[in-house]
Design a protein around this ligand. Structure first.
Ligand code: GAL
Ligand code: CA
Length: 331
């Protein structure tokens, strides 16, 4: 009887699927095309849409929230029936949610989490991303593991890890939690820490290189660990370190990042990057596409790479979040 009931429900779901016919027409905007990690997420959204012959338009927010608001208005007047937005300013979620709700169009926010809002409160608004705390913890764990097995890492032998921190966009949840949780993990491993410097480099390689160059001039080998909220900034720091003679003739500085982008994996192989955390662009892109396509087509059930969950990460069939897991990556 039970089996029969399950079969019946399954058929009913397939049945409604077959009648939910509207085809999704998806309007996507990225906070800024000129962002390494987001370019991989975008690539996956585009390739999924292409494979399914879904109509899609992908626009560049150019780091300007008012521009992104205009893009959203245009999508809505042009009859797009589903929106996927990687917000420029996560604090402006309310504005975008209202715009979409006014036209009864579903909205999938992705990669930049709207801080305090619980999206389950809004019908048809979802978030796809990764738990930033998790990436911070993993990054800190990589640093702690290295420290514990490498006595020479404590260059001044004071029993404390002196570090510098390269921060992403400070208005961003990922930046905030990676900064906090990386250091929490080091402390939790029983290691004392001292922050020599911390500053934003806005997720960017060039800015990070400049910051690191200045810190090296000021602190030199007093720095014992470099944390970066993402790989692009880690790679910028590595450029500055190379220019200062590191990574040759036994001169070394551990640098950790997040993302596991292809250039970062090259640096890992070369031994300049100590470790990173896989921020799964492919599955974030796939989940974003899946949600936007299914919601746009009026589907009542959502299927994607991970189960629907609540804001805290607990699986919940009525949840409005899809959390894509991170993974530690070392050589
Ligand atoms: C993060 C990623 C960064 C940057 C940022 C943009 O998840 O690690 O590299 O892309 O998103 O908000
Ligand atoms: Ca020390």
């Amino acid at each position: 009887m039970k089996k029969f009931a399950i079969l019946f429900i399954a058929l009913a779901v397939v049945g409604t699927g077959a009648f939910a016919q509207a085809k999704a027409k998806i309007g996507v905007s990225i906070y800024k095309f000129d962002d390494t990690f987001m370019s991989y997420v975008r690539g996956k959204i585009e390739s999924e849409a292409k494979a399914a012959s879904t109509t899609i338009s992908v626009q560049d927010g150019q780091g300007d929230q008012s521009k992104q608001n205009d893009i959203t208005d245009l999508f809505l007047t042009q009859g797009y029936n589903s929106l996927a937005i990687n917000m420029v300013e996560p604090a402006s979620a309310n504005v975008l949610i209202q715009k979409a709700a006014a036209k009864k169009v579903p909205l999938v926010l992705f990669n930049r989490e709207p801080g305090d809002l619980d999206l389950a409160k809004f019908p048809n608004v979802y978030y796809v991303g990764a738990k930033a705390q998790e990436s911070g913890t993993m990054e800190g764990t990589i640093a702690a593991n290295y420290w514990k097995k490498t006595p020479a890492a404590d260059k001044n032998k004071d029993g404390t890890m002196q570090y510098v921190m390269l921060i992403g966009d400070p208005a961003n949840t990922d930046a905030k939690y990676r900064t906090e949780f990386s250091i929490k993990a080091v402390k939790a491993a029983g290691i004392k820490v001292e922050e020599l410097a911390a500053d934003t480099a806005m997720w960017q390689r060039g800015d990070a290189q400049n910051k690191m160059q200045a810190w090296l001039a000021k602190f030199g080998d007093k720095i014992e660990m470099v944390f970066a909220n993402n790989d692009d900034m880690a790679l910028g720091a590595i450029e500055a370190l190379k220019a200062a003679g590191y990574f040759t003739a036994g001169k070394y500085m551990p640098v950790v990042g997040v993302d596991a982008t292809p250039p970062a994996l090259d640096a890992l192989k070369q031994g300049t990057l100590l470790g990173t955390v896989l921020n799964d662009a492919v599955n974030q892109g796939k989940a974003t596409y899946d949600l936007a396509a299914q919601l746009g087509a009026g589907s009542k059930t959502i299927k994607t790479v991970a189960p629907l969950a609540n804001k805290d990460g607990q699986p919940d069939a009525n949840g409005h979040y899809v959390w894509v897991p991170y993974q530690m990556v070392t050589k």
